[in-house]
Design a protein around this ligand. Structure first.
Ligand SMILES: *Cc1c(COP(=O)(O)O)cnc(C)c1O
Length: 398
């Protein structure tokens, strides 16, 4: 007998749950790529993506995952030998920086560790210290999916402006676009990268690079740009095929169209509010469990926590034990703990993550928390009482 044989729930921080409406929109014969519906839907798709990113600037779409969007963004602004400042708050900015290094840039990394957001004082010092304005760009993630910290992007821009530094501000919103609020234009972000398989609820395969005119001017002198990564034909196509440098990702575009329709029907502000409330329900349960035993949210300050994902510390090997128990006995898969210990060091199985991004509602989050409660009990892991009551109380306040 197993209690896992119902619909399996992948509660990981991407790929996220795919709505049936998105799946059904993709279930169709190959559409005409020469003319008609597919062409006609592009302007509306771009406009709706711009609305989610809160920008009137440009959007290039690539047939890639998030890593591809990273490389696309860098290739359009960097030249070999350029210097960039990377603000690392977990794992993902390090990955983006490695890519920049491999393209020939020199990265200065300020590492804030795995449990904290960007410290603006340290950023200010680094920018003031760069008298010659050698940093071409400042790069960071809004939500680091490994640590589940959320950075204050507007404050980073204010710090750059206060230092009078002309660097481009480049932000990775792959984890949190359409989950946590983001204002590309109001916050002065020059380049933003995203992908379709997290808040945008579409199977992995589309990457987005949003860029403004300042970033596009940097493209003029960038010598890392290559034919395929060039954002110009994609953002300003003379012909439909130029948007994708070849065959369009036909079915993904239909899926994304359905996902954006769902976001529009719910209303972006309501989408953000739903995620904020569901995140608070998760945290309420974690706070109650944490009263006794090894379990503890990775980010202590709720104001610095992402609404897309929550990283949890529970001591090795309990994280992996709980994850396995849930997959085998409850039909729920939680996210692996990644990037929380140095490579090669023991203890990576002392973490797990709960994804709560995208097509997720109250009963799904309560289901994850309820089965976690069962798992903690089954494994004999000590934990505080009242977690489910606390989470339900948050979900009751709608
Ligand atoms: C998921 C994620 C990535 C990587 O995306 P892939 O599609 O796996 O390449 C990069 N940055 C952040 C913040 C992410 O959450």
């Amino acid at each position: 007998m197993s209690l896992s044989n119902g619909r399996h729930y992948l509660a990981i921080p991407g790929p996220s749950v795919i709505p049936d409406r998105v799946l059904n929109a993709m279930h169709r014969a190959a559409p005409n790529i020469y003319t008609g519906e597919l062409h006609d839907m592009m302007p509306g798709l771009i406009a709706d993506l711009q609305a989610v990113a809160k920008t009137k600037h440009h959007c290039a779409i690539y047939i890639v995952n998030g890593h591809g969007a990273w490389e696309a963004s860098l290739a359009n602004v960097l030249s070999r030998g350029d210097e960039v400042l990377v603000l690392a708050t977990g794992r993902f900015a390090h990955g983006w920086a490695t890519m920049a290094e491999q393209l020939g840039a020199k990265c200065t990394i300020i590492d804030y560790g795995r449990r904290a957001a960007v410290d603006l004082g340290q950023l200010s010092e680094a920018l003031e210290g760069d008298k010659g304005h050698r940093f071409k760009a400042v790069m960071l993630v809004q939500v680091d999916t490994a640590s589940s910290v959320k950075n204050d992007i507007a404050a980073v821009r204010r710090t750059m402006d206060a230092a009078g530094h002309p660097a481009l501000l480049m932000v990775d919103c792959i984890a949190c676009l359409a989950v946590d609020d983001f204002h590309m234009d109001d916050w002065g972000v020059d380049v933003m990268v995203a992908a379709c398989q997290k808040g945008l609820m579409t199977p992995p395969g589309l990457g987005f690079v949003f860029f403004n005119d300042k970033a596009d001017r940097a493209r003029n002198s960038a010598n890392c740009v290559t034919h395929y990564w060039d954002w110009r034909p994609r953002a300003f196509p003379e012909e439909f095929y130029m948007r994708f440098d070849g065959t369009a990702p036909t079915h993904h575009l239909y899926g994304l169209r359905a996902a954006l329709d769902m976001i529009n029907e719910e209303g972006l502000a309501n989408v953000h509010a739903r995620h904020a409330t569901l995140a608070r329900a998760v945290w309420a349960a974690l706070d109650a469990w944490a009263v006794e035993g090894p379990l503890e949210p990775n980010i202590a300050d709720p104001a610095l926590r992402a609404h897309a994902v929550t990283a949890v510390r529970i001591g090795a090997p309990n994280g992996e034990a709980l994850r396995s128990w849930l997959t085998e006995n409850a039909g729920v898969t939680l996210g692996l703990g990644i990037g929380m210990v140095d490579p090669g060091q023991p203890g990576a199985d002392g973490f797990f993550r709960i994804g709560h991004m995208g097509h997720v509602n109250s009963h799904m989050v309560m289901g994850v928390l309820g089965t976690m409660q069962a798992g903690l009990t089954a494994l004999g892991l000590p934990h505080g009482k009242g977690a489910l009551d606390a989470a339900a109380a948050v979900c009751a306040q709608v």
